[in-house]
Design a protein around this ligand. Structure first.
Ligand code: AHR
Length: 628
């Protein structure tokens, strides 16, 4: 029986309460939301980003009758200091062209019959009369999918050449071939192909079906650019050349003309182009009516790399960068950073009101001393901005408690919480926020998900969200995470929206989020239920979540539930590839009929097939056993 007090008035619910969390994980940006179809367009891929890369990843030499050689070069002839490498084609004549073909992402480049595609390239040639360049869309066998585009490159200074191609076929296996004719040295960089149709027709824009699915949620806010992606590596500093600044996400690298932006070896193990940079995030937020919510690192890098910078100059530089970021978002077009925003096409401010400082930075006291300096600087210059603190990666525990204690003591306005748990946990914890201090910091539930994409997960999340909403006076913002997953590059699951080159589809959790986001009430109507809701069939057999069990080596791990029953055990006789599945702190896998999670960082894959040497790891594991 449900009793509703129709005249009563519970918490006010903010229109912005439910939002989305975007992180470039699972190839969410390049090959995903970012509509660029060419992979490794600026030849910056490097084995240092990922051992499987070469500077010609996704490219292959091609000939239509011409002879030549191809080389990726890093020398003074570069396009600019941040975009350091380019492609050098030494053309040796023949009865046709010689060049390279790009295979895009996943199976190939997706093109649709009758649709138009914008090609562009930066090029220069040392041949006095110029070099004819042919651009073709083909299938993998070289058969044309469209009429060729012909350009004439002239002069030995970098210049941008553009043209439009109309596809005459539909294919997900397309190749983009760029060949030069005659003799001489032809240099190419930023070889790009975009669908003419992008979300809201923005140049350098977003893939329509994915952006439409996000927009259809009507999210109250957009949190970006991560996740672990933002904080890891910030201690590497600024002054190393771009190609040495691995894993250090810095917002200033992501703005301005795309050909002048750096690329980055990101936390998730692949090269990230910054084609979607801070300007695009702000613009996208505005386009979908979402409050922009950037998160910057506090230099106590979490996500398994707990290490606090001890360099005061570096800390000050990050603090100044954060102030500059706020000026980029909100400053007048006459200000230093506001001018850069205006030059990119948006003279009006983006109305930034909230900023997160720190993502899962879980050395509590080290984090807080640095956070305090960020907060003081931001509040001194921008007193109306809400500065959000963090509470680490867990829903509970000593680190969580200490971070909350520090945030509470300093009267921080809002604290970011993250947790990924079994559906059972979500059903059992509906009342989590009922007991939160009404006078303490507000909650930004920045990341949460129950651990699969099944119907029961979506239902458990929906049930949990009623608890968030009942506490809307405390929980001010909440976002499911992560948002996007490319089916060929899955690093983390579950995810809200899945896609490949030709299609995208929302998970059951997407439907839950959409239901709540598109039906945000004005206030809670008090109600009471006289019975506890039943559980959902696949989850009903789950027995108790264990607490973290610690093992000093992976020689013998046993995880026991509160009732003493064994949830997960392994004596690790010999190498056992299944442990690779348990890698990734915070990431849950189903192993031996249990949801299992370890606290190892994503980089510390425990054991992979073929590992021959015994090693010791400090390993924490917890599990929820499933029946049947
Ligand atoms: O959402 C995926 C990851 O989970 C985020 O990068 C990190 O913040 C969390 O641990």
């Amino acid at each position: 029986t449900i009793t509703v007090d129709s005249t009563g008035r519970g918490a006010t619910i903010d229109r912005s309460m439910y939002g989305v969390f975007f992180e470039d994980i699972n190839r969410a940006a390049d090959g995903g939301l970012y509509a660029e179809l060419v992979q490794n367009r600026s030849f910056e891929y490097d084995p240092a980003d990922n051992a499987a890369y070469t500077s010609l990843t996704s490219w292959a030499p091609t000939s239509t009758g011409g002879a030549g050689s191809v080389q990726v070069v890093d020398d003074d002839g570069r396009l600019n200091e941040r975009n350091r490498r380019y492609l050098r084609l030494d053309l040796r004549g023949g009865n046709g062209g010689y060049g390279v073909a790009n295979a895009g992402y996943n199976s190939g480049i997706r093109v649709e019959n009758g649709k138009r595609y914008d090609f562009s390239v930066w090029a220069r040639t040392d041949r006095a009369e110029g070099t004819p360049v042919t651009v073709e869309l083909t299938d993998p066998a070289g058969q044309p999918l469209a009429d060729a585009l012909r350009l004439q490159v002239k002069g030995d200074r970098w210049a941008k050449y553009t043209g439009t191609i109309r596809s005459r076929a539909t294919s997900s296996l397309g190749r983009l071939a760029v060949t030069g004719g005659g003799t001489g040295t032809l240099r190419l960089d930023m070889v790009s192909l975009f669908p003419k149709d992008t979300f809201r027709n923005r140049p350098n824009g977003m893939r329509v079906d994915l952006a439409d699915k996000i927009a259809a949620l009507k999210p109250g806010f957009l949190r970006f650019p991560g996740g672990c992606l933002v904080n890891t590596g910030s201690h590497y500093g600024y002054d190393a050349p771009n190609f040495e600044r691995k894993r250090s996400y810095q917002w200033k690298d992501t703005i301005g003309p795309v050909e002048q932006r750096a690329t980055n070896a990101n936390f998730w193990g692949y090269n990230q182009s910054y084609g979607i940079g801070y300007y695009e995030y702000f613009q996208f937020s505005e386009d979908i009516g979402a409050m922009p919510l950037p998160v910057v690192p506090a230099l106590v890098t979490g996500c398994g790399q707990n290490r606090a910078t001890e360099d005061p100059a570096l800390l000050q530089r990050h603090i100044q960068d954060t102030l500059d970021l706020i000026e980029f978002a909100n400053g007048p077009a006459t200000s230093t950073w506001g001018r850069k925003r205006a030059e990119m096409g948006h003279p009006a401010p983006f109305n930034l009101t909230h900023i997160g400082v720190g993502n899962e930075e879980n050395l509590p006291d080290a984090f807080f001393s640095r956070f305090t300096q960020f907060r003081a600087a931001i509040e001194a210059k921008y007193p109306k901005i809400t500065v959000i603190g963090n509470s680490g990666p867990d829903d509970t525990g000593a680190t969580f408690d200490r971070l909350w204690e520090l945030n509470r003591g300093a009267k921080v306005g809002m604290v970011d919480e993250h947790y990924y748990n079994s559906p059972q946990w979500f059903l059992q914890n509906n009342q989590r926020y009922d007991s939160y201090d009404r006078n303490g910091p507000k909650v930004f539930l920045g990341e949460y998900a129950s651990l699969d994409n099944r119907w029961g997960n979506a239902l458990a999340e929906a049930a949990y969200m009623t608890g968030l909403e009942r506490n809307a006076d405390v929980v001010k913002l909440a976002s499911y995470a992560p948002l996007l997953a490319n089916t060929d590059y899955v690093q983390w699951r579950p995810d809200m929206i899945w896609f490949n080159n030709q299609a995208s589809w929302g998970s059951t959790s997407y439907e839950t989020q959409k239901l709540f986001m598109t039906n945000v009430g004005e206030h809670v109507v008090p109600s009471k239920a006289s019975a506890t809701p039943g559980t959902v069939a696949p989850i009903s057999g789950a027995i108790g979540l264990s607490t973290w069990a610690t093992s000093a080596s992976y020689d013998d791990v046993k995880v026991t539930a509160a009732d003493g029953s064994t949830l997960f055990a392994d004596d690790f006789s010999g190498n056992d590839a299944k442990w690779a599945k348990v890698a990734g702190r915070g990431s849950w896998s189903i192993v031996n009929g249990a949801y299992v999670q370890s606290d190892q960082g994503a980089e510390n894959t425990l054991v992979t097939a073929g590992d021959s040497a015994w090693q010791n790891y400090d390993l924490n594991v917890r599990a929820t056993k499933l029946a049947g």
